[in-house]
Design a protein around this ligand. Structure first.
Ligand code: PA5
Length: 438
């Protein structure tokens, strides 16, 4: 597996992007703050508060029995919400690609919403007798997860003998854990000190991924390599600390309130969605936070780039570029495209966007992977987890809780129990006013 990765921040420096960029003096000016943030994070780690940094050294043998058991199934359905499912989707699609289900012997579906059409479609696509269900909820009480699970469990109960063998639960607490124990499912825990959106390298991601022909050893090897770099206290050797500091300075001093992640490979689209949750839910607190956006190159050059180049100067862009694609195709024609490959085209487009943005003074960083595989994806995942954690320290907020999300979950539960929005939020209802019939 090719494993070389580069983090390039040349185009955030004033020499390249002018006043919209930063200088080494800006970094020096906050060197005390950077050092304090680094020390605080490492102190939390020493105090066993940051389980996501420990789990990458876990023994993976605990998934062996599950992997063997999964060989009896032709379909996998993963049920969960947010941090309990997005990471698995991101790795699965990042390694296998967008259309893998079309030609693979094992079909994988993700139930990540309470949309009745999606749930119905997925149920209709599988043969439940041959389906292994992963139901994942750290709290064990998330409404959407339980709702989808109850629907599927009912169908299994009515149609499948020994249906409990078709279910694997990952839950620490709550209703789901109780059911799993009572009905004797295969059950995994998530360490208490690992937050939802930081949990992809725990059983939350590794249990289902180990059954999807993903090399979880290599994924963890990549994460461990990155961990070594991220523990370096020299910011010039620590890509996560440097990228956090760059985002912090540009947010704080230069009004870059939007962070755009732009992968130039479709397989990283879901990585963008995972990043969007990590950055938004971890850092959007106390009136602070940078709005994350995902744009996929080259196609979004034809929908978003105009705004990035010529709109408000409120963005920092991150390009994700891959040098070697799994497949490639030659273009044959008589014009300038002749004898070029599609990978040459997409990478030329990335280079073109980078140059155009830089010349317009839009700061941008690039992460360049020699190849996108389990090893490099493991590196990327861990870099982003560390970068988010460092950014939380720099912003002086707790990156590991999500009080507003918890409020939303509570309101949903109580609405379904019959309470009114007015009772729950204290807002006076303006029902039937300020509405236009269309
Ligand atoms: O990052 C988080 O904590 C959230 O996105 C949760 O993962 C999400 O709300 C699902 O929670 P749970 O795993 O408890 O069902």
């Amino acid at each position: 597996m090719k494993g070389k990765c580069l983090f390039k921040y040349t185009n955030t420096i004033v020499e390249t992007v002018g006043n919209n960029g930063l200088s080494l003096t800006d970094i020096k000016n906050i060197s005390n703050k950077i050092e304090a943030s680094y020390n605080k994070l490492l102190e939390k780690y020493s105090n066993k508060q940051l389980g996501y940094m420990d789990i990458i050294y876990d023994d993976l043998n605990k998934y062996y029995e599950l992997m063997e058991h999964s060989k009896d199934f032709e379909y996998i359905i993963v049920i969960g919400m947010g941090g309990s499912i997005l990471g698995t989707q991101m790795v699965y699609e990042g390694i296998k690609g967008v259309y893998y289900n079309e030609y693979s012997n094992k079909k994988v579906y993700f139930l990540d919403n309470s949309d009745p059409e999606k749930t119905s479609d997925i149920i209709n696509l599988v043969d439940l007798n041959k389906t292994l269900i992963f139901v994942i909820s750290k709290s064990g009480n998330t409404s959407e997860t339980l709702a989808n699970f109850y629907i599927i469990r009912n169908l299994l109960k009515n149609n499948v003998k020994n249906y409990n063998k078709n279910i694997v639960a990952i839950a620490n607490d709550g209703t789901l854990r109780n059911i799993a124990k009572n009905e004797n499912y295969m059950l995994f825990d998530v360490p208490k000190n690992v937050g939802g959106r930081f949990s992809v390298l725990s059983a939350v991601g590794l249990a289902p991924l180990s059954c999807m022909d993903i090399d979880i050893e290599m994924l963890m090897k990549g994460a461990r390599e990155m961990d070594k770099l991220c523990k370096n206290d020299d910011i010039f050797k620590n890509p996560a600390l440097m990228n956090a500091a760059i985002h912090y300075i540009l947010y704080n001093n230069n009004g870059k309130t939007i962070s755009v992640l732009m992968p130039y490979i479709e397989r990283l689209h879901k990585f963008g969605m995972w990043y969007r949750q990590l950055w938004a839910e971890s850092l959007g607190k106390d009136g602070k936070g940078q709005t994350p956006i995902v744009s996929v190159g080259a196609k979004d050059q034809h929908s978003q780039l105009q705004l990035y180049l010529d709109g408000p100067r409120d963005k920092i862009i991150t390009f994700l570029k891959v040098n070697n694609f799994k497949q490639d195709l030659y273009i044959k024609d008589s014009n300038y495209l002749n004898n070029h490959t599609l990978s040459e085209l997409i990478n030329a487009e990335q280079e073109g966007s980078e140059a155009a943005l830089t010349s317009k003074g839009v700061p941008n960083v690039s992460i360049i992977l020699d190849e996108l595989n389990e090893y490099t994806l493991g590196k990327l995942i861990f870099m982003y987890e560390m970068q988010t954690a460092f950014m939380g320290e720099l912003l002086e907020i707790n990156a590991f809780d999500q009080p507003a999300v918890e409020d939303g979950k509570k309101i949903t539960r109580e609405l379904l129990m019959g309470k009114s929005i007015e009772e729950l939020t204290g807002f006076k209802s303006l029902n039937n006013r300020y509405i236009i019939e269309m």
